[in-house]
Write a protein that binds this ligand. Sequence first.
Ligand SMILES: Cc1cc2nc3c(=O)[nH]c(=O)nc-3n(C[C@H](O)[C@H](O)[C@H](O)COP(=O)(O)OP(=O)(O)OC[C@H]3O[C@@H](n4cnc5c(N)ncnc54)[C@H](O)[C@@H]3O)c2cc1C
Length: 541
Amino acid sequence: MDGTFDAVIVGTGVGGLTAGLTLAREGRSVLLLEAGKQYGGMLNPFARKQYHFDIGVHYVGEIHEGGRIRRLLDRLELDVDFRKMDGDCIDRYFFGDRELWLVEGAERWRDYLAERFPSQRKGLARFFELMRACGAVQRVMMGIATGADKRCALRHAATILECMRVPFAKLLSSYFSDPLLRSVIAGPCGDIALPPSRASSYVSIMVLNHFVDGGYYPKGGSGPMRDAYVQALHACGAVLQKNRLVESIESQSGGGFVVSTNKGERYSAPVVVSNADITHTVELLRGARPNWLTRRKLRRLEPSLGAFMVFVGTDLDLSGVGLTDANVWHYPSADIDAAYAPLFDGRMPEDPMLFLSAPTLKDPDSSRAPPNHHTLELITFTPPGMFDPWFERPLKQRGADYERLKTDLTARLLRTAERYAPGLRDHVQLLDAATPATAWHFVRAHAGGIYGPAHTPGQSFPRRFFPSLGVPGLYQVGSAIFGAGIGPCMASGFLAGRSANGYLGKRARKRLAGGGAPKVLSGPVPELGEAGGERGPQHTA
Ligand SMILES: Cc1cc2nc3c(=O)[nH]c(=O)nc-3n(C[C@H](O)[C@H](O)[C@H](O)COP(=O)(O)OP(=O)(O)OC[C@H]3O[C@@H](n4cnc5c(N)ncnc54)[C@H](O)[C@@H]3O)c2cc1C
């Protein structure tokens, strides 16, 4: 055996890092094994020439005092700086020629919408009350609810349960007769990669609640956030190793696990927390199987859509052409479902929906680009299976068809981006793209999906996966638990870390009661990973 730990964490996405740090802060010995060349999973940034890009962070909510992520960061004693986005306009939704915004503050946003849709005032009042009630339910679950929260949640219990059952389009049509207003409120559904007719109402409302108190961007991008975790883990004595693909998690007959890596190492621990995609966790498991409910959900699992991303370095004056730190959501028309329909028919639309973010406008002080240059990140979704033929092909050797497809899709996205950044195509200094095959290669995302299991009503809270898979000591974290996003994945890591800590405590007490000496589980310390400050070599191809 190459080492014995209290817990081995498989994968260092934000879920794994949070679980590892939660356990390490409790004094547990923790080993984190990462298959990639860098820690962080989707938090891992990359650089091309002098341009720096992020993969999995474009904006984050609930960073304000008392916000859920702020609380988690404080609990984990993590020092991460954020820059607040302009509250007058966090998201710009374009439906053909119509532009409408997400405005900070629930009441301000409601009033903004009421002014533009006066006939819908009553529905807006009811809908914003429902949003408040869903927020109250979340605070009840986190154990931080006030009396008013509890009363609000109880008063709306029946509607909240309905929200957990029906797709968002159905819910919205019971509040609003105006289809454009329905589309504005469903505008950020792209954050879960589903159109309103397929998205869980509850999750869609939680996305609105997440951002309506303000959008934030981590100063320096996702890298400093990842680095803060890595440094805190090192300071607590945790061991981190990269380039370690976990090949099996063997359940031992007397309890505990042996975790084997592609380097031939074997580590034992009573607890394993897996941040790998849940389908992959189950493939790795030997000598035990998850409970019936987990297996049933896995059999029926629908993955989220994959994404095609274009990374642009430009010398175009983005502010000069009217872009701000707000995200741009381009929908070809007010019918968001129509924008997704070709994807579910297996076709890439000619005018795909587009998410556009300008990190250099969100974080103008950092050196993400040379002076007077900018970065742009463009994202759209791809039909299921479109990039499957290239998943197992090595990077940079995926052949001419793959490159042609990338070039074609890049051109389509740039054409759309040009509407919001006129002149862009003449000012491109650097261009790169990533596909679902890239997501598979770098984070082993099932089917190249960017958000874990799709956030349909059948696969969203309370029907998503639980951190415990029914194998004592084995925990799952990441987007399969509460959903995708930095906040939900952090929450999954914190919950799993706390549960695992409790499990270890119980185990030790049992040993003592049985007369055995409590075993101090800390083994030889293998090679330490480097401290933070790293930049991933690449996250495209
Ligand atoms: C394009 C895009 C944009 C996004 N934008 C935002 C945003 O603006 N705001 C927001 O809040 N969220 C956003 N997200 C979502 C958010 O980034 C993710 O939900 C979150 O980072 C996923 O974290 P995770 O804990 O699931 O781990 P992941 O990031 O999926 O990492 C899992 C890790 O496990 C490792 N691993 C897997 N298998 C093994 C193995 N066998 N052995 C060892 N290691 C293994 C992988 O290498 C990887 O490092 C975005 C995501 C994408 C893709």
